[in-house]
Design a binder for this molecule. Structure first.
Ligand SMILES: NC(=O)c1ccc[n+]([C@@H]2O[C@H](COP(=O)([O-])OP(=O)(O)OC[C@H]3O[C@@H](n4cnc5c(N)ncnc54)[C@H](O)[C@@H]3O)[C@@H](O)[C@H]2O)c1
Length: 383
């Protein structure tokens, strides 16, 4: 019988967490996957509170993720996929546990700490024939899809330069400026045991890298980075020179101490015939400037917006779509791909247009290269 709906579980993401709630909301947009199991918090009262809130069966609220993977894999109505939304240090071990038990995985970025771990997860997913998505959520925005299409169609010519940034201010207080920032995230991001070898680059610099590579279709060849720690164990500010695989140059700026910025992801792509600019805080628009002409502003949902950007449009232009919809687009694609796979249908290139474990591995490689370059007085490091 054809499957039309999927069952999923979640590790991390209790009722007080940030991104777990975004994932649950995003999955619910299509109504094709339902939360049936979870291990949301190592604290059992918060864990049960979350499981009960989502009306999970008592025996599917698990005290730990290993027990969850083990017991779920033996059920007839087992999970089709698990979503991992814990702090970074758990991603590798949780993903490995579920993959080993034959369960498909969606995991937050950064994928894991070490490149060897990333390669192991990539190989395991391949060996088991499982679909593994790493949620670089910004690649789900329709206007990012349009930017990718315009670049691929040659509208701005050959890529010659990129200039991209992700600026936040939420850790400015850590460098002694006083208590001015209210946009607080979980402070585990500052702890190397929980976050890994990087804070700023791991948390948001990887989004710059993914967004630029996604739009241009180009990997990074090498980077040279200067980081600022301001006396903290991990980086809070990063300025990175990059060279793309086609030889184009670029600059990435990633910071958690830039006053006046909240989630300022901006990608500017320059080509021989024109330029494209996308701003995450105004994500329904795309600025396209052709050489010798005034800038044009593309508006999501209009007739002239075609391809994946049009397929993934949800509401009429002028009504803003945002981060929830972008994540919903990633899940729409992933869940449809999984349903097709389970039902024995062939998958097209568009079906697989979600960020994969390989892209997650590229992100881990980028973080390590940046840290290495900074340690070597900003020497160029190949990726
Ligand atoms: N893709 C994006 O745009 C984006 C945005 C925000 C966060 N993230 C990533 O998502 C992850 C979570 O970030 P967050 O801001 O939601 O963190 P958070 O601190 O708000 O939530 C973390 C959750 O993990 C749970 N957890 C911790 N240890 C656990 C364990 N052993 N078993 C089960 N649950 C456990 C916590 O109880 C909490 O519910 C991080 O890896 C972060 O980098 C990605």
């Amino acid at each position: 019988m054809q499957r039309k709906k999927l069952r999923y579980g979640m590790v991390g993401g209790d009722l007080n967490a940030f991104i777990g709630g975004v994932h649950r909301a995003a999955i619910s947009f299509e109504g094709k996957a339902f939360l049936v199991a979870g291990c949301f918090n190592p604290d059992q009262s918060a864990n049960r509170e979350c499981g009960e809130f989502y009306q999970l069966a008592d025996d599917r609220i698990y005290a730990d993720y290993k027990e969850m993977a083990e017991k779920e894999s033996k059920r007839e109505d087992k999970l089709d996929f698990v979503t991992i939304v814990t702090p970074n240090f758990l991603h590798y071990q949780v993903a490995k546990e579920f993959l080993s038990k034959g369960i498909n995985v969606v995991c937050e970025k950064p994928l894991c700490f070490e490149l060897e771990e990333a390669k192991e997860l990539e190989a395991l997913a391949k060996e088991k024939g499982l679909l593994f998505c790493v949620t670089y959520g910004y690649s789900g925005f329709p206007m990012v899809k349009l930017a990718k299409k315009l670049v691929k169609d040659g509208v701005i010519g050959d890529i010659i330069n990129v200039n991209a940034e992700y600026l936040q201010e939420w850790l400015i207080d850590d460098i002694g400026a006083g208590d001015i920032s209210t946009n607080k995230l979980s402070v585990w991001r500052k702890d190397p045991k929980v976050a890994g070898i990087s804070n700023c680059v791991g948390d948001i610099g990887t989004h710059i890298k993914h967004t630029v590579s996604y739009i241009t279709g180009l990997k990074l060849k090498k980077i040279a980075a200067k980081l600022d720690y301001f006396g903290q164990p991990l980086d809070l500010n990063a300025n990175i020179l990059v060279e793309l695989e086609n030889g184009a140059s670029g600059v990435f700026c990633s910071s958690q101490v830039c006053v006046g910025h909240a989630n300022g992801l901006v990608a500017r792509i320059f080509g021989t015939k024109g330029a494209i600019e996308w701003v995450q805080e105004d994500p329904n628009y795309l600025k396209v400037t052709l050489k010798g002409q005034p800038p044009q502003i593309y508006n999501r949902g209009m007739g002239y917006v075609t391809g994946r950007a049009s397929e993934l449009n949800r509401i009429p232009s002028g009504h803003p779509e945002g981060l929830y919809e972008a994540f919903a687009n990633i899940y729409k694609t992933y869940i449809n791909a999984l349903l097709k796979k389970i039902n024995g249908e062939e998958l097209s290139e568009n079906d697989l247009d979600f960020p994969t474990v390989s892209e997650g591995a590229e992100g881990v490689k980028f973080i390590h290269a940046v840290i290495e370059s900074n340690k070597k007085q900003s020497a160029w490091v190949n990726l």
